[in-house]
Design a protein around this ligand. Structure first.
Ligand SMILES: [Zn+2]
Length: 489
């Protein structure tokens, strides 16, 4: 089977995909105890009786974790339930000392939300968010990296009790690309509102997928398989492509897809059956007896809501409406909160959103990329881009010259005006100075002058070019045109 979905599959079949995304909340401490969360700390150093699951230890819910979870739910347009409950999800695993995870089951924190994702056609598609619930993370089994890793598995419980939210989507996605876009947007939104850094390498964003296929136009969903271990964007797409092809092949061969949990194997690029429905876990959920139900008052909800920044989608729309940006530029400029802030600060100085957007998404981002820097580390301050655009619009700097000056601003951190001043790079709009250059150019090109006077007006372009060259690109093109036309009669 190929890694890329064959064209003909998607003309006959329709994949149906839903995602379960785990996001680690960016709290300093764990969800039910005061142990610090520190990636890479020496194993089993950030632990206490609560997160070790010792008998008699009692959990205390972190207020900050709840507020971050509420922020996430609001950003996903969910209804936050005034009353929700924690539940025990029981299973045995070596890195789960309590013997259960504290999660939420029949009464989750929030429900009925959505996320609008951009589609390839440049439109928006609404993906339903079924629910957002809170839970604690398990520890980690370490299978390699030790001298005797071939004989033993080690357990690190530093991660045990880390706060997570699980975001469950509706089965609304119809291609691996849509799933990719959805996960990208989840990550963007969570980063935007400061809920999580979503660093996948640190396991702060994890994803499982429910996948089924059906004949195009069919009403009924096919039998789904749950694919686990999709811990990078690339793997998500590859695993979905593989799984869709696998299921289509079964259906085409007259077989039936089994409802099962499958694991994506990074090495082989395949999904492998882990357990079928008969062997599915029965988690024996029941209400967590050590925690009171979680009540979110109107007042608290309002308070958290008032602290939420503008969401990426809203900002995208506002950039289009307020600054007249093209949809694509608005999208690029809202990829991160910092990029949007930078653009707005620059546009405020320039008074010209569209040109500012061009300079930021074009030349500046090119320079940043080449230097391997983030926009927050840009040596060119947003006000300096704003000034650059203003100088161009005022006719004091040509666009061509500006393109040469920007890299120097990037190198030195100086303003365009400072560089122009020092190097005498002011655009020549002064008619007296221009006339002299024009006279020289006309004198040096009698043939072209003759042609122009004979009616071949196209030669004007050549003459303008000569004047620009003679002025080292500093002449104001509009003024040059004017002076030339006047001199040529
Ligand atoms: Zn602890």
């Amino acid at each position: 089977m190929s890694a890329v979905l064959a064209e003909n599959i998607l003309t006959k079949y329709e994949p149906v995909i839903g995602l379960e995304v785990h996001v680690q909340l960016g709290t300093k401490t764990k969800i039910f105890c005061g142990c610090p969360i520190e990636f890479g700390a020496p194993p089993n150093t950030n632990v206490c009786p609560v997160c070790l699951g010792l008998p008699g230890a009692l959990p205390v819910l972190s207020r900050q974790a709840v507020e971050l979870a509420i922020s996430a739910a609001l950003a996903l347009h969910c209804t936050v339930n005034p009353f929700s409950r924690f539940a025990r999800k029981n299973y045995f695993y070596p890195d789960l000392p309590k013997g259960y995870q504290i999660s939420q089951y029949d009464q989750p924190l929030a429900e009925h939300g959505y996320l609008d994702i951009p589609t390839a056609a440049g439109e928006k598609k609404r993906i339903g968010v079924t629910r957002v619930h809170m839970e604690d993370d398990a520890g980690k089994s370490l299978h390699d990296g030790f001298k005797d890793s071939d004989q033993y598995t080690y357990v690190d419980l530093n991660r045990s009790g880390t706060p997570l939210i699980e975001i469950v989507s509706e089965p609304d996605m119809r291609s691996p690309d849509e799933a990719y876009a959805y996960l990208t947007d989840i990550k963007q939104v969570m980063q935007f509102i400061g809920v999580s850094d979503c660093d996948m390498e640190k396991g702060q964003l994890r994803c499982d997928a429910n996948v089924s296929v059906r004949l195009k136009g069919a009403e009924k969903f096919g039998t789904k398989a749950e694919v686990k271990n999709l811990n990078s964007f690339r793997f998500l797409k590859m695993a979905l492509e593989y799984e869709i092809e696998r299921q289509v092949e079964i259906v085409e061969g007259g077989g039936r897809v089994e409802q099962e949990t499958r694991l994506y194997n990074v090495e082989t690029g395949r999904t492998v059956g882990m357990r079928s429905k008969e062997h599915a876990h029965d988690y024996r959920y029941f209400a967590e007896p050590d925690l009171v139900p979680l009540r979110v008052s109107e007042h608290w909800l309002h308070e958290v809501k008032s602290r939420l920044p503008e969401l990426p989608g809203d900002r995208r729309d506002r950039f289009v409406n307020e600054y007249g940006l093209r949809e694509y530029d608005a999208q690029v400029l809202t990829l991160t909160r910092e990029t949007g802030d930078y653009f707005e600060a620059a546009a405020k100085v320039s008074g010209d959103g569209r040109s500012t957007a061009n300079w930021v998404t074009g030349d500046l981002m090119g320079l940043l990329k080449a230097a391997g820097r983030e926009i927050s580390e840009s040596p060119v301050k947003p006000e300096h881009i704003g000034e650059l655009v203003r100088l161009i619009n005022k006719g004091e700097l040509s666009g061509k010259l500006a393109k040469e000056i920007l890299p120097r601003m990037f190198e030195t951190g100086e303003r365009a005006s400072a560089i122009m001043e020092r190097e005498g790079l002011k655009q020549i709009s002064d008619t007296g100075a221009l006339e002299k250059i024009v006279d020289d150019v006309l004198g040096a090109n009698p043939k072209q002058v003759e042609q122009y006077k004979g009616g071949k007006t196209a030669v004007m372009g050549f003459l303008v070019g000569q004047v620009m060259k003679a002025s080292r690109g500093q002449a104001n093109p509009a003024a040059v045109n004017e002076v030339l036309k006047r001199k040529l009669g």
